[in-house]
Design a protein around this ligand. Structure first.
Ligand code: NAG
Ligand code: NAG
Ligand code: NAG
Ligand code: NAG
Length: 325
């Protein structure tokens, strides 16, 4: 009883909604599932945020949407906290107004999935609390392009990019762009493997060893900004493609289905997350991209998500690129 009173009391101080024992029950099972532990003060703060998130998720799921939301490892965070920890913190220079990828108008297959075409895609990785999404988009793309060319799929080093790619407008855990990372790998003449230069979740001193270079870039292909058909062509005829888009709050809670939002923008200056398009398809006549994320295999659809195709959704066609090996 005392505990419940304390709860209601705290709740009424921070905001005007009531927490019930049921809310606390949901929170506790989520804590157990995600191995979370807090001190007492944190516990009530996080319970409050979790409950607000859960109510938003439940409300969304009662509506008529092309995607559902769900609880995940981020459910005890506000979007502001999430943004600071996981997303690119400032606008990136992503404006290949005129790219150098000449696409054809097709015809292209109705659907394609590089995960099913062969052993071209490494398992989903986890960037952890570091704005290094751009390094995962880069390695994911170079891993697949290299595998398509050599027949050997080798996980590549994000940490080398975090530590060493600063001269190309990349900023470690504070952001960067795949196109700029491909430029770095090209001029640096190599990228090491994940195994030889493992991921550490924080920025460190560059310790690149040229003798251990395992993947190379001959040229960088930037797809012209907003040419989403160019992306379709590249994914259909070449390989998976790195791209960036704007993550807003509803995306943080994405569970499954085709993501589509009216809250995000379609401009280059708002993109804050880089990922990898590994294919596309159609559901109920809505075309979508199949995208590999870097928030671990338990987020979304086994670490992947689908996003509506053909509308430059959330600026996804603003800055896409891939390397030639
Ligand atoms: C749900 O949304 C779809 C697409 O916007 C629409 O075609 C359908 O009629 C809606 N269904 C209901 C029950 O509102
Ligand atoms: C964008 O480019 C300019 C000029 O090269 C550079 O000074 C600036 O730091 C870049 N911004 C980012 C976010 O990398
Ligand atoms: C591709 O984009 C990168 C950075 O976004 C830029 O540095 C590079 O010059 C571009 N390459 C070409 C061939 O346009
Ligand atoms: C961005 O969205 C606006 C409004 O829907 C649309 O008119 C415009 O063509 C879009 N721009 C791009 C580059 O997709």
């Amino acid at each position: 009883m005392t505990k419940l009173w304390l709860l209601l009391c705290l709740a009424s101080i921070t905001s005007a909604f009531y927490l019930t024992q049921r809310d606390e029950f949901h929170f506790k099972s989520w804590m157990a599932q995600y191995n979370k532990a807090y001190n007492l003060k944190e516990y009530y703060e996080r319970l409050q945020i979790f409950t607000e998130n859960k109510r938003r998720i439940d409300k969304h799921n009662k509506g008529n949407h092309s995607f559902t939301m769900g609880l995940n490892q981020f459910s005890d965070m506000t979007f502001t906290e999430f943004q600071k920890t996981f997303l690119l913190s400032e606008p990136q220079n992503c404006s290949a107004t005129k790219g150098n990828y000449l696409s054809s108008n097709g015809p292209h297959p109705d659907s394609i999935d590089w995960r099913k075409k062969g052993n071209y895609i490494t398992p989903v990785k986890n960037q952890g609390p570091c704005g290094s999404c751009w390094t995962f988009s880069t390695t994911g793309c170079l891993e697949s392009v290299t595998a398509i060319s050599t027949g050997k799929l080798v996980p590549l080093s994000e940490q080398q990019l975090v530590d060493c790619a600063q001269d190309f407008n990349n900023h470690g855990c504070s952001g960067g762009l795949p196109s700029q990372a491909f430029e770095y790998i090209m001029y640096n003449k190599g990228l090491m493997t994940e195994q030889d230069y493992p991921y550490k979740y924080v920025e460190g001193i560059c310790s690149y060893q040229p003798s251990l270079a395992a993947a190379f870039v001959k040229e960088v292909r930037n797809i012209t900004a907003y040419d989403e058909m160019g992306m379709v062509d590249a994914v259909a005829t070449q390989n998976p493609v790195s791209f960036a888009f704007e993550v807003t709050e509803d995306f943080m809670h994405y569970h499954q289905g085709v993501y589509s939002s009216t809250k995000c923008h379609n401009t280059t200056d708002k993109v804050n997350h880089a990922v990898l398009a590994v294919g596309y398809g159609q559901e109920n006549r809505t075309p979508y991209w199949i995208v590999k994320n870097s928030w671990g295999p338990n987020w979304g659809i086994d670490g992947y998500f689908l996003i509506e195709m053909g509308k430059n959704m959330c600026g996804l066609a603003a800055c896409s690129s891939f390397p030639v090996v």
